[in-house]
Design a protein around this ligand. Sequence first.
Ligand code: NAP
Ligand code: HSE
Length: 445
Amino acid sequence: MSSDSQRKKISIGLCGFGVVGQGVYRHLIERADELAARLGVSIEVSRVAVRDLNKPREVPVPAAIASDDPLAVAADPQIDIVCELMGGTGRAREVVLTALRQGKIVVTANKALICDHGDEVFAAAREGGGHVFFEASVAGGIPIIKAIREGLVANRFRRIYGILNGTCNYILTRMEREGGSDEAIVADAKRLGYAEADESLDVDGWDTAHKAAILSFLAHGLWVGTDEMRVAGIRRITQADIAFARSFGYRIKLLAIIERCFECNELAVSVQPTLVPDGLVLANVNDVFNGVCVEGDVVGTTFYIGRGAGQDATASAVISDIVDASSVLQGVRGQFIPDEAPELLARDARVKLASAERIRSRHYIRLTVRDEPGVLARVASIMAENAVSIATVLQRENSIENAATLILTTHETSFARLDGTLAQLEEMPTLLEKPVTLRIAEFSD
Ligand code: NAP
Ligand code: HSE
């Protein structure tokens, strides 16, 4: 690495040249002059690592700089900034730690890695004298990390909620518009470069959970494990749920909800398909777009909407980090970097996770039951035994012979009471499928 005063160019090592890597490479080349003028130094991709050098690509890897050894790229003393765009928490973790231990700057879009190994990664940055930037890890092209970390630094955050997964929003939007099932739609999300290599991370809610963990850490200084959150995806949403939503003035969105009670010092993080009243901003954030609402105690409510996945949106966020990293390399320090001062983020070290008794919401429960006398009465009695108050009940015909669909909504209740109810419902011999539950949002934007 050259010293700040001698620096004529900044060398980038791209580890990963798939959807995101190719986008970053293409836009860095297209914007090279503008970026150089802004930074006073040119940014050059000096090495690229992939798994399979012979794979055909839309943007071919320039042979002279190609490698199939990302660790060698991470360790190369000529490389200033290592962009980890491989995904996963195995080799990607080694690449990031190798670079940080050598005092390099890492830019990553890898939310699974930051969520699962954030402490280790930040510690490696502190100890090695490097830094890690990860804007592209949450909400694609929306600069939500910058907003929380810098723009809204004066605030405490009572609630942050929103749509954080482009693939799920794309699937739900098309299911609503086209009335079809989601298999072909998932295939399209993959083809368009929205989905993770393992799309179950998207569809089962884990990708949203990784992002919610990162936002919780930035806002509240506490790492919440995905096993400590309530996480549900969209796999079991059917046209029955969409039809209910439509007739009662809701849209179904997969929402991450991060709620902080400052009086009791508790934090609750959940990821659930949610019925959102269709007049609200979030209900109208469609396709691959993400939408995040951040409620600050000083600024009030703020909204951020933009493309949450895909090559260009993600490249935009990665390049913003590359530019910040380049400024740091040149000795210009504007940005707050969490790896440097995690204690500043722990705004109150006593914050703890709220128990299921303390988290309250309204809920939607869809049951597929045997169509016979006494079933509805039994369901009502289980809800009464758990002190869950029913708001509405609907019975619909079901395509399964001798079956009926029961759709119930509840008044506000705790997650503990909901869980008790579901456990008892699942023991009913007349229940034909595991219940489907949705949260009912009562936000007002
Ligand atoms: P991708 O298209 O699957 O690309 C992954 C790239 O990494 C490929 O070039 C692959 O090489 C390379 N790679 C993977 N494992 C490797 C290994 N062990 N050694 C060498 N190279 C390896 O994935 P992507 O969609 O670009 O996503 C990359 C990262 O960005 C992930 O962390 C993802 O979560 C994140 N992200 C993606 C998006 C999006 O919209 N796609 C948005 C935000 C964040 P080959 O090409 O040879 O297989
Ligand atoms: N698979 C992710 C999504 C990519 O669909 O949101 C962006 O993080």
